[in-house]
Design a protein. Sequence first.
Length: 482
Amino acid sequence: MVQGVEIVDGFIVDTDPATGEVIGRVRCTTETEVDRMVAAARAAQPGWEHGHTAAQRAELIKAALAKLGEAKQELAATMTREMGKVASEAAEEADGAVCKDALIDAIVEANQPQVVGGAGEAQSLVLRDALGVVVVLAPWNFPADEILLLTIPALIAGNAVVIKPSEVAPLTGGLVGRALASALPPGVVALAQGDGAVGARLVNSKVDMVAMTGSSATGKRLMEACAPGLKRLVLELGGKDPMVVFRDADLDKAARDAVYFSLFNCGQVCCSVERIYVDKAVKADFEQRVVALASSWVVGPGSDPKSQLGPMVSGMQRDLVAAQVEAACQAGAALLFQTELAPELKEGKGNFYPITVLGGLTQGMAIQSNETFGPVVALAEFDGSEEEAVRLANDTEYGLASYVYTSDMAKAGRVAARVKAGQVGVNCYSLFHANVQCPWVGHKGSGFGYHSGPDGWRQFSLPKSLVFETPLPPQVLPKARL
């Protein structure tokens, strides 16, 4: 049961986290229906792979997203109602979900055949074969965009896909899944709804790959389930992402980013800033800047245009964050700031949690090792040395993202190179500024396989080498663009 979502009489009870109101009931896909979906996907997949070039598949996907674009406002509003995302962030996600032409073109390019070997010598042609049927298990925190980040490269590679949205956001996932299915040949995209039992049925069925964004605990269970069949996996998992602020950093920018990227999406982001290590020489100054910024944020329902931070996705997640903060304070952390929630937010049935700024955190505290996933700005100090910065940043089981703030680019390069994380933002937030060609990788416990960038997009297919003892015959030379 993810985030306490109830399944009653075979229906997901979909609620608004700002009010507790039931906004819909979504029927769960039955085991028989799952089996039929997978069989239909397997039957449709060869025609999708061999009856269309990658470029042709891409054009059909673009048409599907254009259709989704007609419901862009509905998509954004549904996100806000289902998981609490404030209106501005929901609109931004909806915009990004439907505007992916450049991304799609780049994925097509990554799937083109490659000629290896010099002219006049033995050459080989490296092609890419689809895996078959891919299951996409999507998260609730970016309920539209994450579906597409995994589904689009799978489809362009020639796979058929069965999408299961999170049971926290089934209406959002349904909008995305139906838009794709409506524009593609029958059976190529299917939409399954339900909880972990539906996901387990999919994973244990005759599929070839599972792509999931979610918790590390769920990722480990998926690896165990997929092992007997040696099913391919792409898993983007949790994080406990550090930000290191050296004394020579632009402290205004560092403080703004520390606050914004701790609170973005109510802190419910796998690459949120969750641990901030500040050079002790500027600690007091930095804390004052952070408190001043955090205190200016407006907490309220996501549907209110004035709100900058909405409710947490569930009472379960809110209570987890509250317990972490309470334990940290009992262990000696300083409560530097906490928003005073409006009475209607305190007394209502919504899942609101106040913006919280903690100082004086130390490595022994649970909040420094366990993923928080909430609106907490967590400040600690370090001695200002590169060695200490690297040691503290790496003192975690996770390795998704990290952030280094300094005006010394040589120092930034040295520290970033030694941090064990898939992406390191230098004076910036990597999620917002990474080039489309960058892979999105989780080191250590933050992932298995990876997505995005040419290396990530190619995870959804297998290379096959056609080997000749001569230069490639003209009959097998690849066309300019397939």
